[in-house]
Design a binder for this molecule. Structure first.
Ligand SMILES: Nc1nc2c(ncn2[C@@H]2O[C@H](COP(=O)(O)O[C@H]3[C@@H](O)[C@H](n4cnc5c(=O)[nH]c(N)nc54)O[C@@H]3COP(=O)(O)O)[C@@H](O)[C@H]2O)c(=O)[nH]1
Length: 904
């Protein structure tokens, strides 16, 4: 089983791959640029085969024709020669007869008389005696000559037969061929010879150039092979030796006479030992064929060249076309793959026009899977159908108009819309329509997520993260809009700045989560009090703003709403398992009465809110004089800055130019009544306004951040003073400094304190840092770390205003502190308030349980002191013993105190 699977699959795959490769090669083979050259080669081969075949046939025909012509020629020549020879022989026989009848002497005369002698110019007739003497001749020029040495004479003398003899061509000046016959007497004895000498040219005179050409051959040869006369063109010759073939056929060969290749045929001439030879020059006979062959070859070559040229051109064109097609196919495949994988839907649409040429519809030519999902229609259904049939709603939705515009203008367009159609109802879509040849392509993308993200970002940019309420920037927009509307309609706009009272306490005491929760609840409650057109914005921190557009202008008209908001805020809220209660202070302005623009309105509402803050839990309409306090604040801040500069510039911390100085309030041990420490308290001696209470400027220093530098100055001054007392030999005492929340949070606090100690030389054990519960609770972890660092240095820590904040008891356990300070608000009514008594007793008990010392501040009366002593409170601080006093007074007190100086 396990062997079958791995072997069968690859084999099948290989077979498939082979089939695919074969199909691909076959497909390639069918392509014009491949098949056409192959076909052309076949065609060329066929053409050349036909050409060679035709040439071969034509050659054959030409050769046969040449042979036939040769044959015919030799036939004719033979007939001519037969006639001529017959005539010559006739003359010889008549001579024989004439000799027989008239005797040798009168024979020629008798013949001449009878007109039987042939013309003397061509034929020389002679009679020769048996002794070899020419008896008579015509013309008579040869008469009397001796011919005994002539071969023919000897031949006739020696052969008794009556056969004709033909001599070779003899004679230089007058060449001739001698035809002869024996003359015998009645007893058959040799009696002489009758001869007819013939000019050899006679035998070739029938040579016709028109028939035989310039190099044809016509001749007469003896059966001995010696040519008697042969004519080639104009030239007649003789004496050559021919190889006499045995047959009567036509031979092709080089003539021994001149080496010319000829078709030659011979005929033996009846009655004479002669052969008629006729020949036709092969070159001349085949010239026509060869010319034709040249023409054919040229034609075939030209045809081949033309064909190859055409084929090369067509193939190159086809190759280019195939390449383009392949590229197109590849592009299409890539496009198809890409479009299938694409998250975009596309529609390839062919333009349909009406009779007037206007775009009236689109034919859906191609789509993709995403388009199917978008339309809920299958591709098969859509493709080839008009858009009006498949997507009719696109006409009513204006999409068709858009597509038509692109098809008409040829300019791409894009648009976004929210679909109303299933299956993508409510989804946001983006379309890009681009013109293409004969139509348009629409690419549609689902941009819902992007739209939602944009909406989210827009919302985040304009709304508060925590409460979801409009933020500062949206409020500004809406306020601007409300002002413009009011101006147009002659109406009024209300704006209320709201600051929560007591929020800081919750936030610092219960932590940020609780503060956040409180803000959310309060925001919701305020929102419920408003009209639909009103805006509630969170301005930052615990500040909210209410915008009330479209008002009549009567301040009283919005009073009930403001009251409703105030009450809603005052309702208790449960956060982090605890019930807390806050109130709000509202500053209210009206447009156009209190300001003509958004900035002025907001500034004035802020000023009114600060005024309301003085009473808390109330709202305050803006009055022009309120801005004075804001200005005052600015003046105070500026003054504080220069005052601080004056102090930090002077080297001794308490130089004459320094407007700040410290007072020291003694701390008394309740059991021994001894002064064991002092609390350093800052004072500002303003050059114009006189002494300013820290209650007026510490908060401002906190707000502006100046508290860090101011606090550092206090620490350094207190340390310097402590060291000064020690240097003066006064009893040692502890000096405590107040560290406010922002100062406590500052990263370099520990470093600054350490530096102050180093610089002044005060031992760390002599310094105590007072922090409030709320300062610690802002960031419990870090606060504890910081306290531990201070503690590690030897510095003591105490919790100031204990009981007014929300520190958890479990956290308290982990604080590295040595002292709890009961807030003076619990001490002031200690004599009358059972609650305050209970709180004081609880704090004392708690402190002791945690091994802490407990000090009560603001002790003004003896009853308070007595209560505290009775309830085991450890220490006290207050006017009862001493208000904050200058350093010199402390020195005096210490000096008067018997045995003072031991730290508790
Ligand atoms: N961060 C800093 N805060 C400081 C510094 N100096 C002062 N302060 C804080 O300013 C608040 C007001 O201080 P001050 O006007 O100095 O009032 C202190 C005492 O004068 C006052 N006190 C003392 N005994 C009595 C009393 O018997 N009756 C009474 N009505 N008031 C009394 O209490 C203030 C000391 O309070 P506390 O700090 O809680 O011990 C005040 O909150 C200061 O903390 C500074 O340098 N840095």
């Amino acid at each position: 089983m396990h062997t079958l699977v791995p072997t069968s699959i690859p084999r099948a795959a290989r077979r498939r791959a082979r089939r695919t490769a074969l199909a691909r090669w076959l497909g390639r083979g069918l392509e014009t640029h491949v098949s056409l050259p192959l076909f052309a080669l076949l065609l060329v081969a066929a053409l050349w085969a036909a050409a060679f075949h035709t040439i071969g046939a034509a050659e054959q025909a030409a050769r046969e024709a040449a042979q036939d012509a040769t044959r015919e020629l030799v036939d004719t020549y033979e007939a001519q020669m037969a006639r001529s020879l017959s005539g010559i022989d006739q003359t010889l026989r008549v001579l024989q007869y004439a000799v027989e009848t008239n005797g040798p002497g009168a024979a020629l005369g008798a013949m001449s008389a009878k007109g039987l002698l042939p013309p003397g110019l061509v034929f020389q007739v002679a009679l020769v005696s048996d002794s070899g003497r020419v008896l008579a001749s015509n013309p008579g020029t040869h008469t009397g000559g001796d011919v005994t040495r002539a071969r023919w004479f000897a031949w006739h003398r020696d052969h008794p037969d009556d056969l004709p003899f033909v001599s070779e061509t003899i004679g230089r000046r007058e060449p001739h061929v001698v035809f002869s016959r024996r003359i015998s007497d009645a007893a058959g004895r040799f009696a002489g010879v009758a001869t007819v000498a013939v000019d050899p040219a006679y035998f070739t005179s029938s040579y016709e150039r028109s028939r035989q050409g310039e190099r044809g051959l016509l001749g007469l040869a003896g059966s001995d092979g010696v040519v008697r006369a042969v004519r080639v063109g104009e030239f007649v010759s003789w004496g050559q030796r021919l190889a006499m073939g045995g047959s009567d056929g036509v031979q092709l060969g080089a003539s021994p006479t001149d080496g010319e290749l000829r078709y030659t045929s011979t005929r033996a001439l009846n009655g004479f030992p002669l052969v008629a030879v006729a020949g036709l020059s092969e070159a001349e006979q085949m010239a026509g064929f060869r010319q034709q062959r040249r023409a054919w070859l040229l034609g075939a070559s030209a045809g081949t060249a033309l064909l190859l040229l055409v084929v090369a051109f067509v193939s190159a064109w086809s190759w280019q076309l195939a390449k383009a097609r392949r590229r197109e196919r590849l592009a299409q495949q890539t496009y198809a793959a890409a479009s299938e994988a694409s998250l975009d839907a596309f529609f390839v649409l062919r333009t349909m026009r009406d009779a007037g040429g206007a775009v009236c519809d689109f034919l859906i030519e191609d789509t993709n899977t995403r388009a199917e999902q978008l339309t809920g229609l299958s591709r098969a259904r859509m493709e080839g159908k008009p858009m009006s049939v498949m997507l009719p709603t696109y006409f009513s939705m204006g999409i068709f108009a858009d597509l038509a515009a692109v098809a008409t203008d040829g300019v791409a367009r894009e648009a976004e819309w929210q679909s109303q159609l299933l299956p993508v109802a409510e989804r946001w879509l983006h379309r890009q329509v681009v013109p293409v040849e004969g139509g348009v392509v629409a690419i549609v993308r689902d941009i819902t997520e992007r739209k939602l993200a944009e909406q989210r970002i827009r919302h985040l940019a304009h709304h508060d993260d925590l409460t979801g309420l409009p933020n500062r920037s949206l409020l500004r927009d809406r306020l601007g809009q409300a002002i413009r509307d009011a101006e147009r309609k002659g109406k009024s706009v209300g704006l209320a700045f709201i600051d929560l009272d007591g929020f800081k306490l919750v936030n610092d005491g219960l932590g940020h989560n609780a503060g956040d929760e409180l803000l959310k609840v309060v925001g919701e409650r305020m929102g419920r009090c408003l009209r639909r057109n009103d805006t509630l914005a969170r301005f930052g921190g615990d500040e909210f703003v209410i915008l009330l557009p479209d008002l009549s202008g009567d301040p009283m008209a919005i009073t009930p709403l403001l009251e409703k908001v105030r009450q809603a805020v005052t309702e208790p809220v449960e956060v982090e398992g605890q019930e807390v209660q806050v109130s709000c202070s509202m500053g209210v302005v009206l447009y156009p009465r209190d300001g003509g623009d958004a900035n002025t309105l907001m500034m004035n509402a802020d000023a009114a809110m600060y005024r309301a803050k003085e009473n808390k839990d109330s709202f305050q309409f803006y009055a022009s004089e309120m801005n004075a306090s804001v200005e005052e604040k600015l003046v105070l801040l500026e003054g504080m800055r220069s005052a601080l500069e004056s102090c930090t510039d002077s080297q001794d911390c308490g130089g004459a130019a320094c407007q700040f100085h410290l007072l020291y309030q003694p701390k008394i041990d309740l059991r021994s009544g001894r002064l064991f420490g002092v609390e350093a308290l800052i004072r500002w001696n303003h050059p114009e306004h006189g002494l300013i209470s820290p209650l007026r400027f510490i908060g401002l220093a906190e707000e502006s951040g100046m508290i860090v530098a101011l606090g550092e100055w206090v620490v350094r001054s207190a340390c310097a003073q402590g060291q000064a007392w020690r240097a003066a030999g006064l009893p040692a005492l502890s000096i405590s400094v107040n560290v406010s929340a922002r100062q406590f949070e500052e990263k370099r606090l520990v470093e600054r304190v350490a530096q102050a100690l180093r610089d002044t030389g005060l031992p760390p054990e002599a310094l105590e840092v007072e922090v409030t519960e709320s300062s610690i609770m802002r960031d419990l972890g870090r606060s504890v770390d910081k306290m531990r660092e201070l503690k590690a240095m030897g510095i003591s820590l105490s919790i100031d205003d204990f009981g007014t904040g929300y520190s958890s008891l479990s956290a308290l356990k982990s604080f590295p502190i040595s002292r709890l300070k009961i807030d003076k608000s619990f001490v002031s009514d200690l004599a009358d308030s059972a609650d305050d008594q209970a709180i004081a007793m609880a704090v004392i008990s708690l402190g002791h349980k945690l091994n802490l010392r407990v000090i009560a501040e603001g002790v003004e009366t003896e009853q308070q002191r007595a209560f505290l002593s009775a309830n085991d409170c450890d220490e006290m601080q207050g006017y009862l013993f001493s208000p904050p006093v200058p350093a010199e007074r402390i020195a005096a007190m210490l000096a008067q105190q018997p045995g003072a100086g031991e730290l508790p």
